[in-house]
Design a protein around this ligand. Structure first.
Ligand SMILES: [Cu+2]
Length: 610
């Protein structure tokens, strides 16, 4: 019998020693481990909200950072059966008859060039729209259509006080749209740059004005800020004006453009009546009104058009180039004054490349999109290299590069497109994740990677999967958003709201039946309902709860009706009594110990039974 097990003691001692040693190592390096940097202990909250577009799912993902935890999907352009988005009457009306959208670029509202936490906007590339989500409750409140805009891609970037959201054509079309031969593309098709105004109190959006443009493909945009306030910059490719085989035909020229739009001058032109109305929108034709738009030549098929936080430079990411091109706003102003032009397209002067370019930064292959930090550095995503390059504004030197997995599209830094970037993190939004997660069949999830940018060298911290397909993101300091947790019942102004069980009732008018119903733990009132075959029934349900997170659901068996009603909220849903029979309904959102008992019955009588 051994009295002392030396090996065991050594093993027991070695683990704490190893942990201590590693701890000391990180402490000596003056930092935490990657795991510590992203760890948010149970019960604690993340420090940042990340809003990532959901691409052709038509939704927006809300993630917490630095943990990367998915907190919520906000339905915008597509139905969500869990909460009844696209099912209840209110959301059906907002969706405007479409059941899909292609959500690309979330944009937070700004005050004085920085995020203010009020609203989130997002474009629909497919059906030419912009949506507004209120960050008081993370619900889509409004969707506006931008007439004349085919494929609203370069959208909805905001001006520094959210005076405007911009939109622009990706797929040029005849304006107004009409039947013309596709082969007459150059003569008959146009791009459009659109400005949508936002009411500063309500957030309500209106089509303010548009500018007719040559039939290029407009890609991304950023508003001028500080010194360049009053301008907006749109990247565009396909200056070849190709309409087929774009892969080859739209990649011929060495340089395409960034279109610089003086929106203050456009406002003046509108005031002076220098526009024509097309499909109800005031449209400026640059052939008739000068001084509104200029083209900055930019290599090659530029994607990103990003204005530096001081507003002095416009960074173009030419996706088929190996450099980012930096244009100077001051140089641009001088060149305009001097008339330093190199021809024009559709009445729009092309500024001389050498007169506006400040630097070409050799970041690497396939630069797409640039964000900024609080230390004077820029971060550019490189699709072909599958990397992010960090480079210094002013000296234009590349100081660091980090690989990402795989093939990054956009990237988002904390307040990274505002006048006040916060540094800390950049999020790589990767398009082709290839094996980063447990396999789930042929389609792999997209992937986000969180990178620490607080030090000299970038440090990879975390991978997390993202639902289809985060084109772009916005990352905001969480303290700037203060959502309402309950809708105060006394402020419920819904015309169909009832405030107590004794107001619950059924009203019939011909074959329209209005049911005024309440939901409160753990019953509906009324819960026995009798209709006739063919009745159009409108359920107006008020959730009388005023406690946090006591949401009720309302689902009818053998139907497509389901929705969620939040505390203090009233929602209306239509159900047609198509066939005689018995239809149970129940609370679909777990609410209490007697949730299972929260149910009722509908009896539909046959027309012939009378
Ligand atoms: Cu319930």
């Amino acid at each position: 019998m051994r009295l002392i097990n030396c090996g065991k003691i050594m093993r027991l001692l070695s683990l704490p020693l190893l942990v201590g040693f590693l701890g000391l190592l990180f402490a000596c390096k003056g930092g935490q481990s990657p795991a510590e940097k992203v760890y948010v202990p149970p019960g604690k909250l993340d420090s940042y909200y990340a809003f990532l577009s959901g691409g052709h799912s038509g939704q927006i993902g809300v993630f917490g950072l630095p943990s990367g935890r998915l907190i919520k999907m906000i339905p915008v352009f597509a139905p969500d059966v869990a909460i009844g988005w696209g099912i209840d009457e209110g959301s059906k009306e907002i969706m405007g008859g479409y059941i899909w959208g292609d959500a690309h670029h979330p944009a937070l509202s700004e005050t004085n060039g920085d995020y203010d936490g009020r609203w989130l906007f997002i474009n629909d590339t497919a059906n030419g729209r912009i949506a507004r989500i209120d960050l008081k409750d993370f619900v889509t409140k409004e969707i506006i259509t931008l007439p004349n805009v085919g494929g609203n891609h370069a959208s909805p970037f905001v001006t520094p006080n959210t005076e405007y959201l911009v939109g622009a054509t990706r797929f040029s079309i005849p304006v107004p749209n009409r039947d013309v031969p596709i082969e007459t593309y150059k003569e008959n098709f146009n791009g459009v740059i659109a400005f949508v105004s936002v009411d500063k109190d309500t957030g309500h959006m209106e089509n303010a004005f548009q500018i007719l443009m040559p039939p290029f493909d407009y890609d991304l945009a950023d508003a001028g800020k500080r010194v360049s306030y009053g301008w907006a910059f749109f990247s565009c490719y396909n200056s070849e004006e190709a309409y087929k085989d774009l892969e080859v035909e739209a990649s011929q020229k060495d340089r395409d453009f960034i279109a610089a739009v003086n929106w203050k001058a456009a406002e003046e032109a509108i005031k002076e009546g220098k526009y024509k109305e097309i499909n109800g929108v005031k449209v400026i034709d640059p052939q008739e009104v000068k001084g509104i738009v200029y083209f900055l030549p930019t290599p090659k098929s530029p994607h990103g058009s990003d204005v530096t936080p001081d507003g002095k430079y416009i960074v173009g990411g030419g996706k088929l180039a190996a450099v980012v091109t930096v244009h100077g706003f001051e140089k641009m102003q001088e060149a305009i004054k001097k008339g330093d032009f190199d021809g024009e397209v559709m009445g729009i002067p092309i500024l001389k490349y050498e007169s506006v370019r400040v630097a070409e930064v050799p970041v690497g292959l396939g630069p797409l999109h640039t964000q900024f930090d609080d230390q004077g550095y820029a971060y550019t995503s490189l699709f072909v290299d599958s990397a992010i390059a960090k480079w210094k504004l002013g000296t234009w030197e590349v100081v660091d590069k980090i690989p990402v997995y795989y093939n990054i599209g956009h990237l988002a830094a904390v307040h990274g497109d505002t006048v006040k970037p916060r540094g800390k993190f950049v999020l790589a939004l990767n398009k082709i994740a290839k094996g980063r997660y447990l396999p789930v069949g042929p389609s792999h999830p997209e992937s986000a990677q969180l990178i620490d940018i607080s030090g000299k060298k970038m440090e990879m911290l975390l991978d997390f999967p993202t639902p289809v397909e985060p084109h772009y993101g916005q990352i905001i300091d969480a303290t700037l958003i203060k959502p309402e947790l309950v809708y105060p019942l006394d402020q419920n102004k819904d015309p169909y709201a009832i405030k107590s069980a004794d107001q619950a009732r059924v009203e019939r008018n011909g074959n329209r039946v209005d049911v005024y119903m309440i939901a409160i733990r753990s019953h509906f009132t009324p819960n026995i309902l009798k209709f006739e075959e063919g009745d159009n029934v409108y359920f107006h349900i008020t959730n009388l709860e005023q406690d946090v997170d006591i949401t009720h659901g309302f689902g009818i068996n053998f139907s497509n009706v389901d929705m969620q009603i939040e505390p203090g909220e009233t929602k209306t849903v239509k159900w047609v009594a198509e066939k005689p029979g018995i239809y149970p309904f129940y609370c679909t959102n777990f609410c209490s110990a007697l949730h299972q008992e929260m149910q009722g019955y509908i009896e539909v009588a046959s027309k012939n039974s009378k």
